[in-house]
Design a binder for this molecule. Structure first.
Ligand code: SAM
Length: 267
């Protein structure tokens, strides 16, 4: 039974937790259900800095967008965009350049319906409900085709989404399909949770998420780096989030290092 909130899409099964809503809970948002909070609490029991890890990833996203803007990019495709919270891509970019284009893509109903709500009347931003592991569906979507000009550099974001993609689905191949669709000079931001620093705790997180709609697959630095194939990785390379371009904004330099991040330029 859906909880009685206007942002709950019809027909959604609120008993099955989802990554979008557990992440919203960890960020302190209000768009989550009891089932999501149970999983979120479990995550926090085993990973005491779970909230700091989520915030660290979110702040990398902001810095990556700012860096892309410094490189002259004014159109963004945000894959696995999540439930809108403070500091969404369109807010960051349209504050400086109101005609900058942004398309959000997510498969979570709450993420999509809430994005639709906050984008009402914004002609330069849109949202698509799709599985980002099906690049053809995303790239041929009318909203994407209408707002993104694939003859000009694109800012592609796959932030905290690839660790929901199993080896069978081939995360590196998924990234490569999007990389191939954008012109040279496009910038691609990737972030990925790792168990390199806290194998036991992260093993428990995987366990806690097992019965959600989005099981997780943490990867080592060696497994993550190949996802930047066909790109020149910008300085400082692929590093834990707090060590990436702290000069662009709060990076939580003393914070947890459990999210690897990087931005590559398509060559
Ligand atoms: C942890 S959130 C990250 C949100 C945002 N990118 C950020 O970093 O702040 C991961 C999001 O990816 C979405 N997601 C996971 N797998 C996906 C897929 N195959 N296609 C589309 N969205 C996906 C989830 O629904 C969730 O909203």
């Amino acid at each position: 039974m859906a909880e009685p909130f206007s942002w709950v899409p019809a027909g959604i099964n609120t008993d099955v937790p989802s990554a979008a809503r557990v992440y919203d809970f960890l960020l302190g948002g209000g768009h989550n259900f009891a089932s999501d909070r149970v999983v979120g609490e479990k995550v926090l029991q085993v990973l005491r800095d779970g909230r700091a890890i989520a915030a660290s990833n979110r702040s990398f996203m902001r810095r990556a967008v700012l860096l892309m803007m410094q490189h002259g990019i004014d159109q963004f495709l945000d894959l696995g965009s999540g439930i809108p919270t403070v500091g969404n891509v369109h807010e960051i970019v349209q504050q400086e350049k109101p005609d900058a284009r942004v398309v959000y893509v997510d498969y979570d109903e709450v993420a999509v319906s809430h994005s639709q709500l906050i984008l009402e009347g914004n002609e330069n931003a849109g949202v698509v409900q799709a599985d980002m592991c099906r690049p053809q569906d995303v790239l041929s979507d009318p909203v994407v085709k209408d707002l993104i000009d694939f003859s000009k550099p694109v800012g592609l974001l796959m932030v905290a989404v690839l660790h929901f993609v199993s080896d069978e689905k081939g995360p590196a191949e998924v990234v490569a399909r999007y990389r191939d669709a954008v012109p040279p000079g496009s910038l691609i931001a990737l972030s990925h949770l790792t168990a390199d620093f806290k194998p036991q705790e992260m093993g428990s997180v995987v366990e806690a998420m097992k019965h959600s709609r989005d099981p997780m697959y943490f990867r080592s630095l060696e497994q993550f780096q190949p996802m930047f194939a066909g790109m020149e990785v910008l300085e400082p390379g692929v590093v834990p989030a707090p060590r990436w371009h702290a000069e662009l904004g709060p990076a939580g330099e003393d914070g947890p290092e459990d999210v690897y991040v990087g931005v590559g330029r398509k060559v």
